[in-house]
Design a protein around this ligand. Structure first.
Ligand SMILES: CC(C)(COP(=O)(O)OP(=O)(O)OC[C@H]1O[C@@H](n2cnc3c(N)ncnc32)[C@H](O)[C@@H]1OP(=O)(O)O)[C@@H](O)C(=O)NCCC(=O)NCCS
Length: 227
């Protein structure tokens, strides 16, 4: 894996920019919407531990989620985390944390975020991907366009080896992107997400450069990228 820093990436319809503090409040507003975070942001382990709650029982899952939502929706509480993240990205010392703010091309309209973070802090070339798009801009192919461009960068320039990721089974708008990127389905896993009184299952995927190059069903002939 190469030790190179994040770059701005430009696709036909989007600018994927290195994040700045300027757009973080808007991104937080999008992310604090439960429709967006319910299958994006798992309830952290620390909430279960601190409150002595179990991940196996629906009423505890709901309690833990409620506590997490109160924290997540509190901007003064969240702001220092955002500032720290931006500072470490700007210092480039944390160049291994790849995150992009997604803007509509040539505008300052921020519509979402892409991340490609180490799966385990000690192994930097095995990563997870994450994405969210403002509900006002969903269903237009923007997440697919952004994901294709950042994975091209991650596999071909940074040269990471593998992606292991997953999405709730009932969240096809996310796992369909994984399939379009050429990732292979590896199995199901229980999650801490729930809908009504049911604990949800995740569909898990694996990707690498070979799968990305050979099985991607969306091609750069439609989605050009320029660094
Ligand atoms: C997942 C998400 C980023 C997709 O963003 P998007 O820009 O709408 O995605 P795209 O337009 O590129 O569409 C992706 C695929 O999902 C499909 N899709 C979109 N909405 C859908 C829906 N409600 N039901 C079924 N499929 C849907 C699209 O048709 C497309 O597949 P196709 O090419 O086979 O038609 C967006 O829905 C989101 O932000 N969700 C909340 C956060 C989240 O769940 N993140 C992922 C966590 S794993």
């Amino acid at each position: 894996m190469n030790s190179i820093n994040s770059k701005n990436i430009y696709t036909d319809r989007l600018d994927l920019r290195i994040p700045t503090m300027k757009e973080q409040h808007r991104l937080w507003e999008i992310l604090s919407n439960e429709e967006i975070n319910k299958f994006y942001f798992p309830t952290p382990d620390r909430i279960f531990k601190k409150n002595n709650l179990s991940k196996d029982n629906i009423s505890d899952l709901k309690k833990a989620r409620k506590i997490f939502m109160e924290q997540l929706q509190d901007w003064p509480r969240q702001q220092p985390f955002y500032e720290k993240k931006i500072e470490s990205i700007n210092n480039q010392e944390d160049s291994q944390k790849f995150t992009w703010s997604i803007f509509l091309k040539d505008t300052d309209i921020v519509i979402g975020q892409m991340t490609c973070q180490p799966k385990d802090n000690n192994i930097k070339d095995i990563r997870d991907v994450g994405w969210f798009i403002d509900p006002n801009y969903q269903g237009k192919g923007y997440a697919t366009e952004a994901a294709l461009a950042i994975l091209d960068f991650m596999f071909n320039e940074v040269e990471i080896s593998d992606i292991f990721t997953g999405a709730a089974e009932i969240n096809p708008s996310s796992w369909k992107i994984m399939e379009k990127l050429g990732f292979e389905f590896t199995g199901y896993k229980k999650s801490t997400y729930f809908k009504d009184d049911k604990i949800l299952i995740l569909k898990e995927y694996h990707g690498n450069k070979e799968l990305f190059l050979n099985r991607t069903t969306v091609k750069f002939k439609n989605i050009r990228k320029h660094f």
